[in-house]
Design a protein around this ligand. Structure first.
Ligand code: TRP
Length: 373
């Protein structure tokens, strides 16, 4: 195995086979150099961190979107969030990239809050609770810095009058056997969930419906949402809309061992509203690639490719390429200890969340502007 490769993309290497497999299984495409170079040239700047470090790695028709943008077509962004609990870093990270895309493509954004989906999915969640999380989560969304003039937050249960007619057209063109094949629905699945994917398809078409223009939708999201877009793309032409394109991110790593961040294990997750003490405690207890003793660490060096602390720095908190390479090397040589990396990361996260806290506070007065009326 090539050591350089292991170093620069730990998550990817560890998960490399999986993500390659996922691309194959889902039938999506990898983001090629040609495509990311084009995005870079359109942006007029450098490759975005999340492109450079391959957090965003796959797509459907993203190349087409860039071509259409260059031809002067109107691009619309669509993403969303299932409000079943507080927002953590894993949710927030793709929004940073979505905000970047909004700026680069001068695009309107529809942000869907699927309180209906989460109510239907979680046996114990009430509509009152999903509503509470909807408002709570919307503050994190707004704090990501989206343009208030160009962004609309759709709350499914509130804004259904915008969605329902399109959802009907979508639903009429999907059979139950397709739903079973794509989502694994069973005879025992509640019928709300079976209809729900029609609702998640709608924001991909909403701009066309509202304006009567022919526009092109791009959906930045985690790869697990792809089944929705397969269905959405299938029905698009049949009901007179353009097919949405998508660009996919990997799951942000959890803190305890490998696997994605999980809301069901709070210690594996940094919430956007965590206090400084929470951050300290969670990072201090994080799984690292270090040796059991200082002596062994000095002798053998650590394993950044399995280290969650290193991955946090890699994907978000150490944007400088020279610095991340240096740290990686020093770790391998046993020149630094896990405690030092942890403290460095803690400081970065506390600063990041401190800034977020301020933006989140300001978001309260903007809420009304963002919510679809
Ligand atoms: N289903 C998503 C979730 O559970 C929420 C969602 C709705 C979404 N529309 C989206 C996510 C579009 C990404 C893009 O979190």
């Amino acid at each position: 195995m090539n050591e350089e490769e292991t170093v620069v993309t730990p998550w990817e290497v560890k998960g490399k086979l999986d993500y390659v497999k996922l691309i194959e299984e889902f039938g999506t495409k990898p983001l090629t150099k040609e495509i990311i170079d084009k995005l870079k040239s359109i942006s007029g700047g450098q490759h975005h961190l999340m492109i450079r470090r391959k957090l965003f790695f796959s797509h459907r028709d993203f190349d087409l979107i860039l071509n259409l943008y260059e031809e002067g077509e109107k691009i619309v962004l669509y993403t969303g969030r299932g409000p079943s609990g507080p927002v953590h870093l894993g949710h927030y990270v793709p929004w940073i990239f979505t905000k970047y895309l909004q700026d680069v493509l001068h695009a309107k954004l529809y942000f869907q809050m699927t309180d209906d989906e989460k109510f239907l999915f979680h046996r114990n969640l009430t509509l009152k609770e999903t509503k509470k999380y909807t408002i709570d989560n919307a503050l994190d969304v707004i704090a990501a810095g989206f343009d208030p003039k160009k962004t609309k937050i759709i709350v499914d249960s509130e804004n259904i009058s915008y969605l329902y007619k399109i959802a009907l057209k979508v639903a009429k063109n999907i059979t139950f056997s397709t739903m079973k094949a794509v989502f694994g629905f069973k005879a025992s699945t509640n019928i709300g969930l079976i209809f729900y994917p029609a609702i998640q398809a709608v924001p991909a078409f909403l701009e066309m419906e509202l304006t009567g223009e022919r526009t092109y939708t791009l959906i930045p999201c985690a790869i697990d949402q792809d089944p929705y877009w397969r269905i959405t793309r299938d029905v698009a032409a049949k009901i007179g809309y353009t097919k949405p394109a998508s660009i996919y991110n990997k799951f942000f790593p959890g803190l305890l061992a490998e696997g994605k961040m999980s809301s069901s294990i709070p210690e594996s997750t940094i919430y956007m509203t965590d206090r400084d003490e929470d951050v300290k405690m969670k990072i201090m207890n994080a799984f690292t690639g270090g040796q059991p003793t200082i002596r062994e660490q000095r002798e053998k060096g650590g394993n950044p490719e399995i280290c969650t602390v290193f991955q946090y720095l890699y994907f978000l908190f150490e944007p400088r390429d020279d610095k991340i390479r240096e740290r990686e090397k020093a770790c391998r040589k046993g020149e630094i200890l896990c405690g030092e990396c942890k403290q460095y990361l803690i400081d970065k996260i506390i600063k990041f969340l401190g800034e977020h806290r301020k933006k989140r506070k300001r978001a309260e007065s903007l809420l009304d502007k963002f919510l679809m009326k």
